[in-house]
Design a protein around this ligand. Sequence first.
Ligand code: GDP
Length: 333
Amino acid sequence: TGLAGNGRRPRLLLMGQRRSGKSSISSVVFHKMSPTETLFLESTTRIQKDPIHSFMDFQVWDFPGQLNFLDPTFDFDHIFGELGALIWVIDAQDEYLDPLSRLHATIIAIQRSYPAINIEVFIHKVDGLSDEYKLDTQRDIMQRTQDELSDNGLDNVQVSYHLTSIYDHSIFEAFSKVIQKLIPQLETLENLLNVLCSNSGIEKAFLFDVMSKIYIATDSSPVDVQSYEICSDYIDVIVDVSEIYGYDRKQPAEITDAAHPVVPGAEDEEEQTAEASSIIRLQNGMVLYLREINKYLALICLMRKEGIEKKGLVDFNVQVFQNALQRVFEVGR
Ligand code: GDP
């Protein structure tokens, strides 16, 4: 299904020097690996094609840094054709001038044939750096890149920079921003989420890609890290529970959190949804509401416990939202 609009799923490509952290990033973001486990990852020595079953079918390719992909024998079109974004990983804890010049060469090379590819630079492993040093590094990298591109007559190339680390949520946040640029219907999604929030007493709503825990859209209230974290942890719980107690999709099913089940009387509900849904009450008086939207996406809402007293209303509004989303993606196709 063409969630991304034209029926094709945009591809992402992860590149950068050896040991810059590419395998770690794709393991942590797409394969649920814990950051400390990456210490024992073998560095990539060959091109890895890593198909990911996410709502956008990320093709995260892991390039070994020592390989010269600008070599004429290299299949340039095969790599860069249909690419949505090029993510270039730079190790901020290491000497970066050489990696930077490779980035510049790459941008210059792909600009000729594929000017539409978004260039996203991840200034990575910033967990070990002071705030001041982080910003200095970012400024330096931006300046050098801009100068180099200008010298080559490429003044209008848009390059985005993100400070990232696998030890906190910055890597997910960065991916979310990268992905959101590749969704043509983003504005519509945000509007739908805004309407949903204001009509249902919801404080914050995220549309998550379940596999990667990247959010592809949220309502326009500011994102605070804590709400994002709790929603993303919630997905882990749900994924674990559904992996263990997997259910047959042909039958209506409700997943409720085992620890704090709020069973909405599964039998007496007139119309049951085939999608999983779950509610969890937090000790601070907040409630998390999850509804599976389709194979890849889940809606997670954060609301006060008073809000969920009108659960029927919330359910109804979420259903309306879900139907609208379906239509948005259908029209996009
Ligand atoms: P690759 O060769 O680009 O695939 O790099 P790896 O993924 O093998 O990572 C090289 C090393 O960097 C590993 O020991 C990782 O644990 C470490 N690393 C990756 N990301 C981070 C990060 O965000 N912070 C820190 N401090 N270390 C990282």
